[in-house]
Design a binder for this molecule. Structure first.
Ligand SMILES: [Ca+2]
Ligand SMILES: [Ca+2]
Length: 83
């Protein structure tokens, strides 16, 4: 139940905040897991749009460090830590 509550808080914050990332590794992993509907380990642009992940969509090129068309947990963490 705690995890469910945490995910809800993260989702709520992602709607309310624009610039601050500062998510825990667990929160990032949960978000990617939720968005990764084809279970290939990354979030494609289509999955970001389908999941209404605005910041992944808007920052897709920056997040997709290896330009393979999907954003992984590790790629998000790199940007998250850089802020
Ligand atoms: Ca995917
Ligand atoms: Ca990538």
């Amino acid at each position: 139940m705690k995890i469910v509550v945490n995910v809800f808080i993260v989702l709520a914050l992602s709607v309310l905040t624009v610039s601050a990332w500062a998510y825990s590794a667990d929160a990032i992993a949960n978000r990617v897991k939720q968005l990764d509907t084809n279970k290939d380990g990354g979030v494609s642009m289509a999955e970001a749009i389908a999941g209404d992940a605005v910041r992944i969509k808007d920052n897709f090129a920056k997040l997709d460090a290896n330009n393979d068309g999907k954003v992984t947990v590790i790629e998000i963490e790199v940007v998250n830590k850089a802020k």
